[in-house]
Structure formats: C-alpha cells, structure tokens
Design a protein around this ligand. Structure first.
Ligand code: SF4
Length: 209
C-alpha cells in the first residue's frame, strides 16, 4: 500500500476512533492534512472549537495567524502537513491528559510521522514539544533546531498562545522567519535536495465523520 493510501486509511480510522474518552465530546475528529511527503510537518496540541466543527486543523483564529507566519517564511499551507497531538477536541479546551496523549500518538501520530517522513517537524506548543524534548521548557528552547533520530525538530510557541499573550508574538514571528534558513540546513545535513524528489504534490486530506 502506498504511503498516501496508508495516510488515508489512518484518517478513516481516526474519524471513527473510540480509543480514548475524547471521542465522547467531539463533533468531528481532525486527522490532519497536507501533501503526502511534505518537507515540513507542523504538530499542534489538539483541535479547537472551529476545528471540531469542520474536521480540519487550524481553521480558526490561530489558523489565520499560522497562515501569516507561514507566508512570511515563504511557505504556503499547501506545502506543509499539519496535524495535532490528539485528534479530538478536549472538552472545554482543557489540556489533553497523559493517557489520551499516549493512546492517540501511539496509534496515529507516530505512524503519520513515519509515512510523511518530513525533514523538519515544527512543534507548536508544549504538548507536541514534550513528545520530542521531555522536560524541556519552551521559553528556553523555542526556535532552536535539534536533530532527533533521522530528522530535525524545532519547538515553537503555539499560535493561539501568541494571540492571547501579545508578548510572545515577536518571538513566534522571529522563529518562523528562520524557517527557510533552517530548512536549508536540514536539507544539507540530511543530504536532500529541494524540492524532494519523491514529493508528489498530492494531498492527503482529513475526512469527516
Ligand atoms: S483523541 Fe485520538 S485516541 Fe482519542 S478518540 Fe480521538 S482519535 Fe481516538
């Protein structure tokens, strides 16, 4: 089965998933979307209210801000694969619980990362950062690119946090502005050219229930 077909299969499993308690309150699970072999994968925390309504990632206010951040880095939404740590909205926008994170990432996110096989993962917020840098503080490591196994990971603030706390906005804007340069570094280190030869610009889209 092709990587694209496997991503589609995962999306079909996610929209009907009942593996953790978060399925009880969701309207729509949000599997994620993007080109099958995107060079950059963005991982947020979990769907918000608008994402839960639409079954797509980053479609609310923070999504609009994310689009601006990507644009200033010369990247469009259609170039990146976007998903979340948990695929269903935690009720009342609470933090996802450790067992919810464990169940969802081991069943879905880890497979999505392997299939998309990005050169760079950008974690948005402390929950996705925690998957790669246990015990790290986002205020100390944001914007720094670190090698994790066979790819690079950069921790950044979540766009929603920057919208609520204006003092974070310059930092997230500066971190995103570095993305083209960091991508060049990552390509050189990983011995990959631009654009990646294996990239078909076909989208693996999320599906709604
Ligand atoms: S959050 Fe993840 S594990 Fe939990 S029900 Fe949704 S898709 Fe399944």
């Amino acid at each position: 089965m092709s990587d694209e077909a496997q991503l589609e299969k995962l999306a079909r499993q996610i929209v009907v998933c009942t593996k953790c308690e978060l399925h009880r309150s969701r309207k729509n699970a949000v599997p994620g979307e993007g080109p099958t072999h995107a060079e950059i994968m963005l991982i947020g925390e979990g769907p918000g209210a608008r994402e839960d309504e639409q079954g797509r990632p980053f479609v609310g206010a923070s999504g609009k801000f994310l689009d601006q951040l990507l644009e200033q880095a010369g990247v469009t939404r259609s170039d990146v694969w976007i998903t979340n740590v948990v695929k269903c909205r935690p009720p009342g926008n609470r933090d996802p619980l450790p067992d919810e994170v464990e169940i969802c990432t081991s069943n879905y996110l880890q497979h999505q990362i392997k299939l998309v096989d990005p050169s760079i993962i950008v974690t948005l917020g402390r929950f996705s950062m925690g998957l790669f840098f246990k015990g790290a503080k986002i205020t100390q490591i944001h914007g720094q690119m670190r090698k994790v196994e066979d790819r690079f990971v950069i921790a950044m603030f979540h766009p929603a946090a920057a919208l609520h706390q204006m003092s974070l906005k310059p930092a997230i804007m500066a971190d995103f502005a570095k993305l083209p340069e960091l991508l060049k570094e990552a390509r050189a280190e990983l011995g990959k050219s631009s654009p990646r030869a294996k990239v078909p610009k076909k989208k693996t889209t999320s599906r709604r229930k």
